[in-house]
Ligand binder design. Structure first.
Ligand SMILES: [Zn+2]
Length: 239
């Protein structure tokens, strides 16, 4: 973790500093964020996906042309539409609640009352300050309150929230809160270990640092439970 970031966040919490006191560069480089919910406009879904693709495509064309690229080149001419499609249908598809995975709950017939850990979930997201990739592993765990969900759904929930412009702290919280809601329990843990391309490929150009964020709810606030979870995360997988 970067101590400066932690310090800035705690100052913000104490209201000694506000985001509006900071410049755009500083907000981006320190990866500060304002809310747990992704800030969305009230009319975010007035346009259809196809309308969004058309609009983004023409704006992206403008960006490329402004950069001086020749859009008549065979290799470049399809790029604006490709990028637009990728934004709407793939890497930012998690902005649309219509794409949220449907989750069915099952009765915990085996009365399995220990924690379940789904570890090493690979995800790809994008930093909301620079629109470049954040990628890493998410580890999630819960203790059943009487119901369970299919393992692949844990994976899908991570992917859904990752497919948004994100900051890692918010991604962590959004996954955890969603799991708490679905599983009807506070006993949820989320640990994310990720690399930010905006830190390694630009800005301070640090190639080795990684960012770890965590959320511990309910029983995971007890030291023994938390340590058990962390032990499973560190454990080498059997295959
Ligand atoms: Zn960034």
């Amino acid at each position: 973790m970067k101590p400066k970031e932690t310090l800035l966040n705690s100052l913000l919490k104490e209201n000694t500093l506000s985001l509006s006191d900071l410049g755009n560069e500083e907000i981006g480089n320190e990866h500060l964020f304002t809310t747990e919910d992704t800030p969305m406009k009230a009319n975010a879904f007035e346009l259809s996906d196809d309308e969004k693709i058309k609009k983004i495509g023409s704006h992206f064309r403008e960006i490329m042309e402004t950069l001086g690229l020749d859009l008549k080149d065979d290799s470049l001419k399809g790029t604006p539409e490709r990028v637009a499609k990728m934004y709407v249908k793939e890497i930012f598809s998690g902005l649309n609640p219509a794409n949220k995975p449907e989750v069915a709950l099952f009765e915990n017939k085996y009365k399995y009352n220990q924690m379940l850990v789904e570890k090493d979930i690979t995800f790809y997201s994008n930093c909301e300050h620079h629109f470049v990739p954040i990628f890493g592993k998410a580890h999630v765990a819960y203790i059943s309150s009487g119901q369970v969900i299919g393992l692949s759904k844990l994976n899908r929930i991570v992917q859904y929230f990752a497919k948004r412009p994100q900051v890692q702290e918010r991604l962590t919280i959004q996954i955890a809160k969603e799991l708490q809601l679905i599983l009807k329990t506070d006993d949820v843990a989320v640990l994310i270990d990720a690399k930010h391309m905006c830190v390694s490929s630009r800005g301070v150009q640090d190639h080795n640092s990684a960012t770890v964020t965590s959320f511990y709810g309910g029983k995971f606030n007890e030291e023994a439970t938390r340590l058990e979870f962390l032990k499973y995360v560190e454990m080498k997988t059997a295959y």
